[in-house]
Design a protein around this ligand. Structure first.
Ligand code: NAD
Ligand code: LMR
Length: 326
């Protein structure tokens, strides 16, 4: 058996965590041979609820759960953390855009970036789930100057998985038949779900579906899926968000399958002309615990226009939180 790794999760008594923690403890995220110590952060009024979640974790008798720490202090929850899943933040309600949460949530990520900087493992891998996820990841990263800036990422894997499901439904294929889907940009309504590189059972996806369906149905459905779930459920996606967070960290830590890639929002290095430093979703491959942005893809005028719109939105979000970016 390997030595345990420390996984910090914030918002640990919330909806997403109620799925997420049990999947991490069962080995779905880091493998069935990797024990984990869960380090759970909540705000003070939610500590009783968190104690109840921990009782349930104990009652599962997970063989891989090597310990549990709970705290309302980021410096305790992040101590020596190898992974940090920053979920704790307010969710949006009906009629809101995710960026409407910036004011309520941004300060959380400035405090938590500083705490990670002070006490986490120097190799900590950070996934921001709390919305608006890309800009919150930027805030955390910029408040953690001693950590590797590349290790601050945000979640667009849920959008990626939604895009796989929509294309699979339209073509009658399984999601596992699809390769090389891409989500570009922000986890917001401006994101660009791109099938121009994708294949279904080896055939180019763009040749299998009507262009009109792609532009007027597929793209808006993926862009608006979060809002559709809020409308139907009365609460934002939770189990699917948790599942995508598991997928994101698993592939980052353990590698992407040969011949395929995934979408992760990572600090732009200028690839595809996207402004350096923005936390922008790209196609990436992962190996040996590191990710690389897929290079050399042809970008047509349709794609470029959409990639620029979502880049512009990220610039505006960044400029709106300039006071939190040291
Ligand atoms: P929730 O309200 O059920 O849970 C959030 C939890 O965070 C609460 O228990 C709250 O007490 C806690 N919290 C608040 N401030 C905190 C802080 N400073 N430190 C620690 N914990 C804190 O919400 P949820 O449904 O679990 O969603 C959480 C976030 O994830 C929301 O912002 C939501 O919009 C976002 N989300 C993102 C994606 C994505 O794809 N990126 C998908 C779904 C939801
Ligand atoms: C989602 O995409 O489901 C989440 O970001 C929640 C939301 O506000 O849409």
């Amino acid at each position: 058996m390997k030595n345990p790794v420390r996984v910090a999760v914030t918002g640990a008594a919330g909806q997403i965590s109620y799925s997420l923690l049990f999947r991490i403890a069962s080995g779905d995220m880091l493998g069935k041979d990797q024990p984990v110590i869960l380090q759970l952060l909540e705000i003070t009024p939610a500590m009783d609820a968190l104690r109840g979640v921990v009782m349930e974790l104990e009652d599962c008798a997970f063989p891989l759960l090597a310990g549990t720490v709970i705290s309302d202090k980021p410096e305790e929850a992040f101590a020596d953390a190898d992974y940090a899943l920053l979920v704790g933040a307010r969710p949006r309600g009906p009629g809101m855009e995710r960026k409407d949460l910036l004011e309520a949530n941004a300060a959380i990520f400035s405090v938590q970036g500083k705490a990670l900087n002070a006490v986490a493992s120097r190799q900590v891998k950070v996934l921001v789930v709390g919305n608006p996820a890309n800009t919150n990841a930027l805030i955390a990263q910029r408040n953690a100057p001693d950590l590797d800036p590349r290790n601050f990422t945000a979640m667009t894997r849920l959008d990626h998985n939604r895009a796989l499901a929509q294309l699979a439904g339209k073509t009658g294929a399984a999601t596992t038949d699809i390769r090389q889907m891409i989500i570009w940009g922000n986890h917001s309504a401006t994101q660009y779900p791109d099938i121009s590189q994708a294949s279904v059972k080896g055939d180019a996806a763009a040749g299998l579906v009507p262009r009109e369906w792609y532009e007027t149905d597929f793209i808006p459905t993926v862009q608006q899926r979060g809002a559709a779930i809020i409308k139907a459920r009365g609460a934002s996606s939770a189990a699917s968000a948790a599942s995508s967070a598991i997928d994101h960290i698993r592939d980052w830590a353990l590698g992407t399958p040969d011949g395929d890639w995934v979408s992760m929002a990572v600090p732009s290095d200028g690839s595809y002309g996207i402004e350096e430093g923005l936390i922008y979703s790209f196609p990436v491959t992962c190996k040996n615990g590191d990710y690389s942005i897929v290079q050399g893809l042809e970008i047509d005028a349709f794609s470029r226009q959409r990639m620029t719109v979502t880049e512009q939105e990220l610039r505006e979000e960044r400029d709106g939180v300039a006071h939190l970016l040291p």
